[in-house]
Design a protein around this ligand. Structure first.
Ligand code: NDP
Length: 293
């Protein structure tokens, strides 16, 4: 498995398994299947409610702990210095690990940025104490990152963002590249373009994507993952189905040429699938509380 070196020297696999919307009672089997197929990176979040089952699967796989890269996210209702320190305790206890490989802030709170900064300073403390191996952010736009970099000392290792051909966030990607922040794609096969129930075209069914897939004897999902990896991004496709997990990890034996990359880049629609960053407020989403371990 190809890996990336984060800005503090830590290695992270290029491709991992996402578990957003994986029901807790299916998570253990899904993660066990993924580890069996060769996945060595799991992306969960406190707010997904399945950290405990992720941890169970890692232990039951029998793999040495250091062989599996565990990433999780602190939810906004746990922002604040002490609260975020405690969010680590909750997540680590549910995961059953002493150390989390990558802990990130799930969202910026643009209207409550002091709280976001306090949360990030807690991540810096956890990093200094060796409780996490790397820290980062998610869904941070360039202006949030500028404000964060101005006020804190550790450059985030990762920014996890909605990235698929229909919504590429090139300005943020460029900002991250310039500052040594690795771009990590959520909905890397465009899940947000088809699982919300909105009437939208799925990027997996886009004729340009299916044509490139046909030319390589690969699936549309494999083409989208390859597009991300070839452009230096971490990708974390979610599936609960072992045959799809096997498909999604089988993306290291073909190469998209420059024209194909350009064709995929040209699919940008400007339509964000996830929440507008400015709409993420404690009033709107802060009522979701993360239980104690
Ligand atoms: P993905 O792009 O990974 O798509 C997941 C969807 O695609 C699921 O419905 C899955 O269904 C289906 N699927 C998986 N593999 C295939 C395949 N080969 N062919 C066809 N369909 C397939 O979307 P996500 O939004 O789940 O993003 C991935 C991960 O990113 C999440 O699980 C989570 O870890 C993270 N994330 C982070 C967010 C953030 O705000 N930081 C927001 C959203 C996601 P099935 O399971 O039935 O196979």
């Amino acid at each position: 498995m190809q890996s990336y070196t984060l800005n503090n020297g830590v290695q992270m696999p290029a491709l991992g398994l996402g578990v957003f919307q994986t029901p807790p009672d299916e998570t253990r089997a899904a993660v066990m299947a993924a580890l069996d197929l060769g996945y060595r990176h799991i992306d969960t979040a406190a707010v997904y409610g399945n950290e405990r089952e992720v941890g169970q699967a890692i232990r039951e796989s029998g793999l040495p702990r250091e062989e599996v890269f565990v990433e999780t996210k602190t939810w906004i209702s746990d922002y604040g210095y002490d609260e975020t320190l405690h969010s680590f305790d909750k997540s680590a206890a549910k995961l059953g690990v002493d150390r989390i490989d990558l802990l990130i802030l799930h969202q910026a709170l643009p209207s409550d940025f002091d709280k976001t900064l306090a949360a990030y300073r807690a991540l810096e403390r956890l990093l200094a104490d060796g409780k996490v191996r790397a820290i980062g952010v998610s869904n941070f736009m360039a202006d949030h990152l500028t404000a964060l970099l101005d006020a804190t000392s550790v450059v985030p290792a990762v920014n996890q963002l909605e990235i698929h051909p229909y919504f590429q966030q090139r300005a943020v990607l460029d900002f991250d590249d310039r500052h040594g922040i690795l771009n990590q794609a959520w909905s890397p096969i465009g899940g947000i373009t088809f699982y919300t129930g909105e009437e939208r075209q799925s990027v997996l069914a886009d004729p340009a994507v299916t044509a490139i897939a046909g030319a390589h004897g690969k699936s549309p999902a494999q083409v989208l993952l390859r597009w991300g990896i070839q452009q230096g991004r971490s990708v974390i496709p979610k599936s609960t189905k072992p045959h799809r997990m096997a498909e999604n990890i089988d993306v290291f034996d073909f190469t998209l040429d420059a024209d194909e990359l350009k064709t995929l880049d040209a699919l940008e629609s400007g339509h964000r699938g996830g929440p507008e960053p400015a709409d993420v407020t404690l009033a709107a989403y802060g009522h979701i509380l993360i239980p104690e371990a």
